[in-house]
Design a protein around this ligand. Structure first.
Ligand code: PDD
Length: 293
């Protein structure tokens, strides 16, 4: 089935993607006033579905956007599963994009009064990793973090992320790593892990990063494999001493990083901790065939 023929969910209706349309007054379009999630699905079942919904609800709460109770739970997961079935993603891998905005109302910066129904959109896509990248490893560039200080909210305001990713692409790299106050934080659409002095480190879940669902799964897997972990950022100047580096995300899994700007990481090829976690996450994901909710 081509993407154009697929079924989407928009504001209570299932319809062909080509018939999905939004008001020009939608505050997602006008202000970037909304949040989103990207889910991964294996054989028709969501990987960490509940965790994604929990993060979405936290974001909605932080922004004061309300969605109808029955859509909240179990609605969103049920809609996502229904779309997977309707779009024949019951075998193979797929992603689900979910976006909620404050809704459509004449343009005022403050929230519409009275409030308007939120816009709720979900659609699915077939998923495949870029050929060979996960075996070979990726190159990244450093990028100054100019985002607001609530990067923990998965808001659709992604302009700094878009500009950073484009800078990476122009440099022939896969990802841009945000640096703030000399610390490595995360990628433009990924979290960052590094091995320093034998300890797997990643930035703590504060307001300066998005607390990735994959990040948390990888931390658990590392603990289960007896790999020492610490939620502490890596200073940029320590990069030459880092023995392994990788990025994680819903559409990235565990992706080894072998070079950052001109600095070669470790031996310049994916290291053993990265490989173990790459395999462990893959196995965890394949177990997704049984519903986790
Ligand atoms: N991005 N950090 C940022 C800034 C992100 O945008 C993402 C996800 C992550 C990883 O989070 P998770 O493991 O929950 O996917 C970290 C999604 C995939 C995107 O924007 O497409």
């Amino acid at each position: 089935m081509s993407q154009d023929d697929s079924t989407i969910y928009l504001n209570g209706s299932y319809l062909p993607r080509s018939q999905g349309s939004l008001s020009i007054d939608d505050r997602g379009f006008i202000f970037g006033d909304g949040v989103y999630e990207v889910f991964r699905a294996v054989d028709g079942e969501l990987f960490q579905g509940r965790a994604h919904v929990t993060r979405l609800l936290r974001g909605l709460d932080a922004l004061g956007i309300q969605i109808p109770g029955e859509v909240e739970d179990p609605g969103l997961l049920a809609i996502a599963r229904s779309l997977l079935a309707r779009n024949r993603h019951d075998t193979g891998q797929a992603t689900i994009y979910l976006q909620v905005t404050r809704g459509a109302a004449p343009r005022t910066h403050h929230f519409p009064t009275p409030s308007v129904p939120p816009t709720i959109l979900l659609y699915t896509s077939t998923f495949r990793h870029p050929e060979g990248l996960h075996e070979k490893g990726a190159r990244c560039v450093l990028h100054s973090d100019r985002r607001w200080s609530r990067a923990d909210i998965k808001s659709v305001n992604l302009l700094p992320n878009v500009l950073a990713k484009e800078a990476a692409r122009k440099a022939g790299a896969t990802e841009a790593l945000f640096v703030r106050d000399g610390m490595l934080l995360e990628g433009s659409s990924t979290n960052l892990f590094g091995v320093l002095d034998g300890v797997l480190r990643t930035y703590p879940p504060a307001n300066y990063i998005l607390r990735g669902i994959t990040r948390d799964v990888v931390l658990d897997l590392a603990a289960g494999h007896g790999i020492p972990t610490r939620e502490e950022g890596i200073p940029m100047e320590e990069l030459p001493r880092v023995s392994e580096l990788f990025i994680t995300g819903t559409t990235t899994d565990v992706l080894p990083v072998i070079q950052v700007d001109e600095t070669s990481i470790g031996k310049g090829r994916p290291g053993p901790v990265t490989r173990r976690l790459q395999r462990a996450l893959q196995e965890e994901m394949l177990r997704t065939g049984t519903p986790t909710g």
